[in-house]
Design a protein around this ligand. Structure first.
Ligand code: ACO
Length: 324
């Protein structure tokens, strides 16, 4: 059978850093409030004229270089974003052109903060079905552009960035006891909770972009329950349990959600990759940004069992289990 293996990771963060202290100059908040409620110390903000496609391109180029794959070999780009450059065309086709690709297919996936897990699942299924061999999966956001900078309850939580992975379909011949690659992906959504976290604008409704609106406390409550459940679902589907996990690479929304989920699962905090302090919540970019950091600093090693999970607006949530 065919398995999708992650053969390269990459990421990109815009140069400009906005600290809590700087933010508290313009919004009625404080470093201590933000740190104690969220664990966030700073976030990166895209420059004027720097779009989601620019961030995505840089992350993609880094992942391709790490994988030693030429853009011409890529069959498919699946790009997760909730902040596309334009309503259309997709940000994925813009990245396709920036990479100099003249073949293959490219499209966007929209599942907000769960976007990367959704995109990874789509890519995994294309590879398993034999419809693509080499796939670029990107999560990229300029979330700062859809924030209401006068709403202290939301604007302090988010940041901009991009991460990417290169997947390659490999035939498993049975000679490897624990062949590397994606073991399984698990997606869920429940549109009854759409009003807990949404943007109050859009092409069809207001003909404007709109701003993020959120019932923070309610989202928090759903996050810990749903994330713990989908992690257990992913492990059990593969005959594994919590003690088999080497690294959890979670969506980085809030340190308290990360801690609460780890506690509920009985996973030691030092097995959880945390970047929310430096990046804040970068929505679809947060999982591949955290993954790239842990791969590059040597924490994630060959043979490790890596569990990625996320929850976001929709509500949407999901998990992916990967043997490194
Ligand atoms: N600075 C200072 N005070 C603030 C700020 C701020 N930035 N934001 C809100 N407050 C005030 C509120 O006005 C409120 O004051 P009041 O009691 O006088 O009315 C008080 O702080 C408490 O507000 P709550 O919203 O109840 O605070 P809570 O303890 O729930 O923390 C938070 C808010 C951090 C948003 C929390 O609910 C949370 O983390 N929710 C999860 C949301 C999330 O992470 N969403 C991301 C997208 S979804 C995902 O990725 C999982």
């Amino acid at each position: 059978s065919v398995r999708a293996r992650i053969i390269g990771t990459g990421s990109y963060l815009p140069d400009k850093i906005l600290t809590n202290a700087a933010l508290s100059q313009t919004v009625d908040t404080s470093d201590s409030w933000i740190r104690s409620r969220t664990g966030i110390a700073q976030r990166h903000i895209a420059a004027d004229g720097q779009y989601t496609s620019d961030l995505a391109f840089k992350a993609a180029r880094a992942a391709l270089a790490r994988a030693q794959v030429d853009a011409a070999e890529v069959d498919l780009i699946v790009l997760a974003t909730t902040t596309p450059d334009n309503t259309f065309p997709s940000t994925a086709v813009k990245v396709q052109a920036m990479l100099g690709m003249q073949r293959g297919a490219a499209f966007d996936v929209q599942a907000v903060c769960s976007g990367f897990i959704y995109a990874l699942s789509v890519a995994d299924n294309f590879i398993r079905a034999g419809q693509a061999k080499t796939v670029l999966v990107i999560g990229a956001e300029t979330f700062s552009r859809i924030l209401d900078w006068e709403d202290r309850a939301t604007c302090v939580l988010f940041g901009d960035g991009a991460g990417a992975v290169v997947l390659r379909g490999e035939t498993t011949d049975g000679s490897h006891a624990r062949p590397p690659g994606i073991l399984s992906t698990h997606l869920h959504s429940d549109g009854r909770f759409a009003n807990l976290l949404y943007v109050d604008g859009g092409a069809s409704s207001t003909q404007s972009v709109g701003h993020v609106r959120m019932s923070g406390r309610e989202v928090f409550r759903h996050a810990v329950v749903n994330l713990a459940a989908v992690v257990v679902e992913a492990l059990h589907a593969n005959g594994l349990d919590q003690s088999d996990i080497d690294w959890i690479v979670p969506h980085q929304a809030n340190k308290r959600i990360l801690d609460g989920t780890a506690r509920k699962l009985g996973v030691a905090p030092d097995r959880v990759v945390v970047t929310v302090d430096k990046h804040a919540n970068t929505s679809a970019a947060s999982v591949p940004l955290a993954l790239d950091e842990a791969v590059r600093d040597g924490r994630i090693k060959e043979g490790d069992l890596v569990l990625m999970e996320a929850m976001g607006g929709g509500l949407t949530w999901g998990a992916a289990l990967v043997r490194w």
